[in-house]
Design a protein around this ligand. Structure first.
Ligand code: FHN
Length: 428
């Protein structure tokens, strides 16, 4: 087969502009809010059924991240090879990081006394990273937000009884107003990442596209920013599917059709800062999550939960540095890459990524086989030149046309400076 006749998957077209997104592949998610002070999961208000008065007395009244310096965050993201960031402008607790005109429950009204979002957007944009806003549909603080299966007060009969006085549509007006406030004040925002639609249970109705007036909201958003990417959690599919905390076993599909997708993952389980959590993934694991995602045509959104002082956890910096060390030499096996042609068989313990523009194939070796590695079948017929990506050293090979195999003798030791070695294969 000719190279151009091979089957390279293209995702279904999207209403917003995803061209940069499917090129850049790697972003930073940031979960930050009052829950950083609790330092035991961003859902602590729900898990511990904490009434708002107590929650705010503890955390709103003590929020003062004096070491907050978003320049350091942006540097860490850029040096790790990330190309965009998505910040929780408001999470389920309802606390807003920016100086919203629609609420007093915001960072400028805490002891910290300042808008947190503007310097962050400026810092990341000044380093060429694109801007994404996570915005919670749930709001455990707003007076008109009614009780549902995920509400901290779901077992509090007195609180539930007051639902009769709550006007959920007034809350949804607030949601629409704040969304438009964010998109106009920080225009151009590249991604709006809503989270999430609540399922019904035997006690409470759910909250989905009808409640959020999702169609109307999407229309308003596209009217001010037609190219923006909108995620899938308004219950109306838009620009990106968002599988969370698991790795699909193939290109993510909707009704059998491959789509633009992004896997969002934590370093260690919780999204918000969790002081005593010890389940931190290794750099090797994280790199394999990035490569796996791209090898199946997707993006990786890796989350950081800053502390109550406004710093990234040392364990996060350590992982970001490790990822950056590999990306410095291997970035072109990620950026602009996607799933390899379907006709290409991949050797054991390896992954392929493929750049359809440069016609270069990247063989990521998760283990270093002894003596040689063989690539077989259709791919073997297209091999023109091979080098180790990290140091551009030639890898000589022998092609057997009868067996359609290419054998590549390997040195005993895997190359230095490449936690995960990559062979860059020029195709003809
Ligand atoms: O409840 C949230 C959770 O706190 C976190 O924000 C994740 C990130 O995608 N989304 C929800 C759980 O699906």
């Amino acid at each position: 087969m000719k190279l151009e006749d091979l089957t390279v998957i293209k995702p279904a077209p999207t209403p917003g502009d995803t061209s940069w997104f499917t090129h850049d592949r790697f972003g930073m998610f940031i979960h930050w809010g009052l829950y950083a002070l609790g330092a035991r999961h961003e859902w602590l208000k729900n898990y511990e059924r904490i009434p708002t008065e107590i929650y705010d007395d503890k955390y709103f009244r003590h929020f003062d991240p004096d070491l907050y310096n978003p320049e350091l965050w942006a540097d860490a993201a850029k040096d790790a090879g990330m190309k965009y960031f998505i910040i929780t402008t408001k999470h389920h607790e309802g606390f807003c990081l920016w100086d919203s005109a629609y609420t007093d429950y915001k960072a400028p009204n805490t002891p910290y006394g300042k808008d947190i979002l503007t310097p962050m957007v400026d810092a990341f944009r000044s380093r060429g990273l694109r801007t994404g806003f996570y915005h919670s549909l749930l709001d455990w603080h707003h007076p008109d937000y009614t009780v549902d299966a995920c509400h901290p007060m779901r077992d509090n009969a007195d609180y539930i009884a007051k639902d009769a006085e709550r006007d959920l549509s007034r809350y949804v007006d607030y949601l629409h107003n704040q969304t438009m406030e964010l998109l106009t004040r920080y225009d151009p925002v590249d991604i709006i990442w809503f989270d999430f639609s609540v399922g019904p249970n035997d006690r409470f109705p759910g909250k989905g596209k009808e409640v959020w007036r999702s169609e109307e909201l999407i229309e308003k958003i596209r009217a001010v920013n037609p190219k923006i990417m909108i995620d899938d959690r308004l219950q109306i599919d838009q620009d990106v599917k968002t599988p969370e905390q698991y790795m699909p076993d193939g290109w993510y599909k909707v009704n059998g059709v491959p789509v633009v997708w992004e896997g969002c993952h934590t370093f260690s389980g919780s999204w918000g800062y969790y002081r005593d959590e010890q389940s931190w993934k290794s750099v090797d694991q994280l790199l394999k999550m990035l490569i796996d995602s791209v090898s199946m045509g997707g993006n990786l959104l890796l989350n950081v939960g800053p502390t109550g002082r406004g710093e990234f956890d040392e364990r996060a910096y350590d992982r970001l540095r490790g990822i950056g060390k590999w990306m410095r030499r291997h970035a072109r096996s990620i950026y602009g890459c996607t799933q390899a042609p379907l006709e290409f068989e991949c050797p054991r313990d390896c992954r392929y990524t493929y750049n359809p523009e440069t016609k270069r194939l990247y063989l990521h070796m998760y283990s270093w086989p002894f003596g040689k590695i063989r690539i077989s079948g259709e791919v073997a017929e297209h091999v023109e030149y091979i080098q180790i990506l990290s140091d551009a050293s030639e890898m000589r090979f022998s092609y057997n046309a009868e067996n359609r195999t290419v054998d590549i003798p390997l040195p005993i030791y895997k190359p230095l400076g490449a936690d995960i070695p990559v062979l860059e294969i020029y195709l003809k």
